[in-house]
Structure formats: structure tokens, C-alpha cells
Design a protein around this ligand. Structure first.
Ligand code: F6P
Length: 326
């Protein structure tokens, strides 16, 4: 590749807490190595429509604790077309950007891969999503914060569940993956966790709740992950309320609450380390890969693999959750 002088950085897809810490790490590491950085605003939109501005030390001051993304994020249908990507390339060239760091999920990397193949601009990705569903990293940037947000919400719901002898069915995000549900379920002592990765047998849930009632439990929390095959918290509520009218069943859908907020220390550290490694990776000639952390080691996983393979949930954790909720 031509000598690396300037990096473009963007955030794309759903925002996640820690994206700002990653941007900060990219900028500071690049400056340390005498490289320039341009911020590309609103994901691929900024590349296509020339929303590109230089970033310096001051641009990233005081952002380490901020949720969301100072670079903003958006979906960009134009980038799905060759014409859109060509326009993006012309802008990248005009700004003398030599390489890109993309912070986002598999959709972001799929776009980056095509762009790199068509126009030869080296690209590296950083895993930025609350869903934790990316192959090639143990944790994605934002996941830990999202789990903590869910746990603190459920702790509050439990107060009401206990006071009023109620059953709360809590729906959490995750797109088609149950990572948020599983860990937050263990951490909040959920009675049952329904995830998309395993088929939901509603009878098992009923038996578990029945057993709770027989054991004189007066309240419970059930977590349903978005994408679960039974159809979400409202569907579960319908069947549960019919069978257990003695419980006042309530549904809470946590929704986008899970995406915002100040990143946890864990997410800040992960984002800082990965942002730093991405710049070193580009300097070292690496491209077409996502930078992740696996067993506390930095790993560059080719986009092909991250896009094709969904990371798998740990079924051992599901067993632990089942036993501890008895
Ligand atoms: O990928 C992050 C995520 O929050 C998913 O958990 C969820 O399915 C989706 O994004 C929601 O997307 P939107 O913000 O476009 O509604």
C-alpha cells in the first residue's frame, strides 16, 4: 500500500457505548505515530456525501465517558450500490485518506470488504455493537455496558415484582443473538431465559413457573431475547397469564435504553486497546480484518469469517442459569 499518512474513521450501524472511546484511541494512537485522522460522519453516508472533517487531540477530549458516537451513525442504502461506493471513493481520495477504520457490526464490515476489493483502500474493523454476536472477539464494544444496563433495570423491576407478587417478562435486545439475555439473566437471577439459539418449549417454562409456585415463590423474572422463536415477550405473556392468573403478569420491553449510557470501565478499556491495535495493524500492513480480543490476545479475523460465522453463545452458561434458578 502507499505510505500511510492519513486514516479515516467512522462509526456505523447501531451505536454502542464505547464507540467514542474507540474513536479517541484511534485518533491519539495515530497522532502519536505522526498520522492524520479524518472523522467520517454518519457512517457510510459521510463517505458518499462528503461529511468528512479532520479530527485532532481536542476533538476527542472528554469523550471517553460518553455513550453514543460523536461521529454519529446511520444506515446508507446508497453504499449498497456501486455508484454510491464510487462516489465514496472519490471523496476518500479527495481527502487523501489512505486507509479506513470502521467501527460497527457485520453489516458495516460487509460494506467495508466490498469497498476494499473494488477500490483497494485498506480497511480494518472494530467490533462495535451491544449484541456481542461477532465471530473473532470474546466481547464487542458496548456489550458489557448493555448487560449492566439490563441488570440494573431488572434489579428495579424485582423490587416491584417482590412487593406485588408479580411475574415480570422482560424483553431484551440482541437482534438474533441471545448474549445480552443470557448474561443479564444470570446476573439478575432470572427464573428462565429464552434465547433465539435454542428452541423455546413453552411447556418447560410453564413447568418451571409451576414449580416456583409449588415452592411458594411469589414473584419471578423471565427474560425473553428479541429474536426468540416464540415471538417475543407479549406472546409469552399471553400464554403465561392464561395459565397463571394468580400472578399479575407484566411485560417490560427495555428497547433502546440498552444502547445508550456512559460505557462501563470494561468497555472503555476494550475500546481503547482495540482502537490502538487497529492503528498499529494498519501501520503493519494489515487489512480486510476485524480486530478483536480472544482469550485476552489481539486477533485479526478476516472480514469473510466475521461476516459468515455468527459467534455462538456459551451453552454451559445456559445450564448454569437453569440450575441456579431452581
Ligand atoms: O444491533 C444493535 C441493535 O440494538 C439490536 O439489538 C436491535 O435488534 C437493533 O439494533 C435495533 O435497531 P434500530 O435501532 O434500527 O431499531
Amino acid at each position: 500500500m502507499a505510505e500511510l499518512k492519513k486514516i479515516g474513521v467512522l462509526t456505523s450501524g447501531g451505536d454502542s457505548p464505547g464507540m467514542n472511546a474507540a474513536v479517541r484511541a484511534v485518533v491519539k494512537t495515530a497522532l502519536y505515530h505522526d498520522l492524520k485522522v479524518d472523522g467520517i460522519y454518519r457512517g457510510y453516508n459521510g463517505m458518499v456525501n462528503d461529511m468528512i472533517e479532520p479530527l485532532d487531540k481536542h476533538s476527542v477530549q472528554n469523550i471517553i465517558a460518553l455513550g453514543g458516537t460523536i461521529l454519529k451513525s446511520a444506515r446508507c442504502p446508497e453504499f449498497r450500490t456501486y455508484e454510491g461506493r464510487k462516489q465514496a471513493f472519490d471523496n476518500v481520495k479527495r481527502h487523501n485518506i489512505d486507509a479506513l477504520i470502521l467501527i460497527g457490526g457485520d453489516g458495516t464490515f460487509a460494506g467495508g470488504k466490498v469497498f476494499m476489493e473494488e477500490f483497494g483502500v485498506p480497511v480494518l474493523g472494530l467490533p462495535g455493537t451491544i449484541d456481542n454476536d461477532l465471530y473473532g472477539t470474546d466481547y464487542t464494544i458496548g456489550y458489557d455496558t448493555a448487560v449492566n444496563t439490563v441488570v440494573s433495570a431488572i434489579d428495579k423491576l424485582r423490587d416491584t415484582a417482590h412487593s406485588h407478587d408479580r411475574l415480570f417478562i422482560v424483553e431484551v435486545m440482541g437482534r438474533d443473538a441471545g448474549f445480552i439475555a443470557l448474561r443479564s439473566g444470570i446476573a439478575s437471577g432470572a427464573k428462565k431465559i429464552l434465547v433465539p439459539e435454542t428452541k423455546t418449549h413453552i411447556k418447560e417454562l410453564m413447568d418451571r413457573l409451576q414449580q416456583g409456585i409449588s415452592d411458594k415463590e411469589t414473584s419471578a423474572i423471565v427474560i425473553v431475547s428479541e429474536g426468540d422463536d416464540f415471538g417475543g415477550a407479549m406472546e409469552v405473556k399471553k400464554v403465561v397469564s392464561e395459565k397463571f392468573p394468580e400472578y399479575g403478569v407484566r411485560v417490560t420491553i427495555l428497547g433502546h435504553l440498552q444502547r445508550g449510557g456512559s460505557p462501563s470501565a470494561y468497555d472503555r478499556i476494550l475500546a481503547s486497546g482495540l482502537g490502538y491495535q487497529a492503528v498499529l495493524g494498519l501501520l503493519d500492513g494489515k487489512k480486510g480484518a476485524m480486530v478483536g480480543s480472544v482469550n485476552r490476545k489481539i486477533v485479526f479475523t478476516p472480514f469473510d469469517k466475521t461476516i459468515k460465522h455468527h459467534d455462538k453463545i456459551n451453552l454451559e452458561l445456559k445450564n448454569i442459569a437453569e440450575i441456579l434458578s431452581l
